[in-house]
Design a protein around this ligand. Structure first.
Ligand SMILES: [Fe+2]
Length: 212
């Protein structure tokens, strides 16, 4: 094994290789075309997103290939009024608190590893404490993607299914942070995360690292 090969293999468990990134280009094209088909034809955010295709890979080469700290993290590398882009990193069994993306359409493209996407329905939305119930769950593997819209799958969580997971996160029509809701369980006993009473938080939960 030469030094170059060694450098590619002896890395943090959350490392994603440049080879893997190169393999992802075609799949990302497919994912972006699907996202374009989901939003209005003349959506300026989508036009901007497609125009930035090669820039996205430049960013990923810088950010996704670096070893990451333990725990889940979100590192945003682009934001304007049209779209935001970032990289989600998960360690083993990491999960995001259930949350929404009010008014936004999003693409979650798995670069490495495997994650579960759970979608939720909310009862009595106006109350501060609500009952939430899982309405769908599916696994998304490396090279695959998941799309949510303002009306479908907008309330969700992501759960790592492998030792490490890296996800490219693209959100069209990004919301104001204070408009977002986090649904934190009132009681975690006997809670498998599929149905529970939750208190709605407007601020980022302090127990997680979230750089957005
Ligand atoms: Fe999300």
């Amino acid at each position: 094994m030469n030094n170059a090969t060694l450098a590619q293999t002896v890395v943090s468990p959350t490392h994603i290789s440049l080879v893997r990134l190169a393999q992802m280009r075609d799949q990302l094209d497919v994912a972006l075309q699907n996202l374009a088909g989901t939003v209005a034809e003349n959506h300026r955010g989508m036009e901007r997103c497609l125009a930035m295709h090669s820039d996205i890979f430049d960013w990923l080469n810088q950010h996704a290939t670096a070893p990451q700290a333990p725990g889940w993290q979100y590192n945003e590398f682009h934001r304007n009024e049209l779209l935001s882009m970032g990289l989600l990193n998960f360690g083993p069994s990491d999960r995001l608190p259930v949350h929404d993306h009010p008014g936004s359409t999003g693409l979650l493209f798995v670069l490495n590893g495997s994650m579960a996407v759970r979608q939720f329905e909310i009862e009595d939305k106006q109350n501060r404490c609500v009952d939430i119930r899982m309405s769908d769950e599916h696994i998304v593997n490396a090279g695959e993607f998941h799309i949510f819209t303002p009306d479908h799958g907008n309330v969700h969580t992501l759960i790592a299914q492998s030792e490490s997971v890296q996800v490219l996160d693209i959100v069209l029509d990004p919301y104001r942070e204070e408009a977002r809701t986090w649904f934190m369980p009132v009681n975690t006993e006997n809670n498998d995360g599929t149905a529970y009473s939750a208190v709605k938080l407007r601020r980022k939960p302090s127990t997680v690292c979230f750089t957005k």
